[in-house]
Design a protein around this ligand. Structure first.
Ligand SMILES: Cc1ncc(COP(=O)(O)O)c(C=O)c1O
Length: 425
């Protein structure tokens, strides 16, 4: 492995044209499968042999194992991350007519689950460094809103998303809930869909709020062979409520106390997830190593101003850009967070042109997310318009996720960074 890169625009201005860069997929699940095939197929066979396909011992075992991993007392397996969010919100006490504060810079489900619980999403802008929900703005919004009883809906919960695998600022959300807004009984519900294994001050994502939702969608760090999700909580009463809700609100077969839904988890998904769970710590470590390699190569290339870990979320990327205006900027890393790099995301000048340039070289990339939620047509009833949440809107124009998965090689990361350097040369 090469320890450093050569970048044509910096070190070899008169060099001959480069050889064809290595193609790099955004994600290659087959490499993971190749290493796990025998174990996964044996786990699926175990379920087939048992003829027990929904909930049952595999799901219960997975629930215990995920609870142990996150540090929450209980976990409740369900059909998807979207379902998990709905369960988490309803168990936390969100009711029709309530409001829930969340980020506009996330996957749609973070907000649609609020609507499905009968509540109204209140979008508050994100921190310009981490792109996670901005706790200062949330505190301000909460004070304004609670002080204005004529506005519709009580804020019942705050739903921060641990975006790209890095926890939102849980110190400040805790302070808001336990000090500033204690009298209002506001709950924190974590959207931890992208953050299995992440931590905040050594505490696991999933144990930081009253309830938390995880997704096992096939692209996630811990992924099923289909749709699946799980909710964690340290409140046994809420766990029991969610067990009923995921099964038609039924505490006992054919008796129904409230309207639930079919949100159950398949045993085959649980069995596959249990095989993969044994690898998640190592896979997350590999992702962290890849992120460090990207950081280093970007810094060596002169494309960025230096490793992102030197920055705190208080330093905005806007300030950095004003100082140096590098073509590529890295997101801030909170020192309290153990980031599990579900995605490695840069902010890039001329982002869409860069993406096309990379695609022409068969280098995968993706935009998470191109249109913030407050500007989605389906949320027009909230009355928000372009310019209302400018940090999210700017991020949507600049972010680009680069290839990131545990089996990625250093040569592939070099190819990605060299190609980006070539684009800006
Ligand atoms: C932040 C976030 N929330 C919720 C979800 C929904 O999860 P699922 O696709 O498993 O329903 C996802 C997954 O894409 C996500 O990234």
């Amino acid at each position: 492995m090469k320890s450093s890169l050569s970048f044509p625009h910096k070190t070899q201005p008169n060099a001959a044209p480069e050889s064809v860069p290595l193609a790099v997929p955004l994600l290659d699940l087959r490499r993971q499968y190749d290493g796990l095939r025998a174990d996964v197929l044996a786990a699926i066979a175990r379920v087939c042999d048992s003829q027990s396909f929904i909930l049952g011992p595999e799901v219960e075992a997975l629930e215990r194992e995920i609870a142990a991993l996150t540090g929450a007392a209980c976990a409740v397996g369900c059909a998807s991350g979207t379902e998990a969010l709905w369960l988490a919100l309803v168990a936390a006490g969100v009711k029709p007519g309530d409001s829930v504060i969340t980020t506009p810079f996330s996957f749609f489900a973070s907000a649609s689950a609020i609507v499905r619980a009968g509540a109204t999403p209140v979008f508050v802008d994100v921190d310009p460094g981490t792109l996670n929900l901005d706790a200062t703005l949330v505190g301000r919004r909460l004070r304004d809103r609670q002080a204005t009883p004529t506005k519709p809906g009580n804020v019942r919960a705050i739903l921060p998303v641990h975006l790209y695998g890095q926890c939102a600022d849980m110190d400040r959300f805790d302070r808001i809930v336990h000090e500033d807004a204690q009298e209002f009984g506001v709950a924190i519900v974590e959207d931890a869909a992208q953050a299995i294994g992440a931590e905040w001050r050594g505490r696991g994502a999933g144990s930081l709020g009253i309830t938390a939702a995880f997704s096992f969608y096939p692209t996630k760090n811990l992924s099923a062979y289909g749709d699946a999700g799980i909710v964690t909580t340290s409140c046994p009463g809420m766990a029991e409520h969610m067990r009923q809700l995921r099964n038609h609100g039924s505490p006992r077969r054919y008796y129904h106390h409230e309207f639930g839904w079919n949100g159950r988890m398949d045993a085959i998904q649980a069995a596959v997830l249990r095989v993969k769970l044994g690898h998640i710590a190592n896979w997350n470590r590999r992702r962290q190593q890849h992120a460090a390699t990207y950081d280093r190569l970007f810094a060596e290339s002169g494309l960025t101003s230096g490793p992102a870990s030197n920055r705190t979320s208080n330093q905005t990327s806007g300030q950095i850009s004003n100082q140096l205006n590098p073509p590529v900027r890295l997101l801030a890393r909170s020192p309290q967070a153990k980031h599990v790099f579900h995605q490695y995301v840069i902010r890039a000048q001329r982002r869409d042109e860069l993406r096309k340039f990379l695609a022409d070289r068969k280098i995968g990339s993706e935009i998470y997310y191109p249109l913030p939620l407050h500007l989605q047509p389906v949320f027009s009833y909230l009355g928000l318009k372009a310019g209302d949440l400018p940090v999210s809107e700017k991020a949507a124009r600049e972010v680009l996720a680069l290839p990131m998965f545990p089996e990625l090689t250093e040569a592939e990361i070099q190819s990605v960074v060299e190609s980006i350097a070539e684009f800006y040369s």
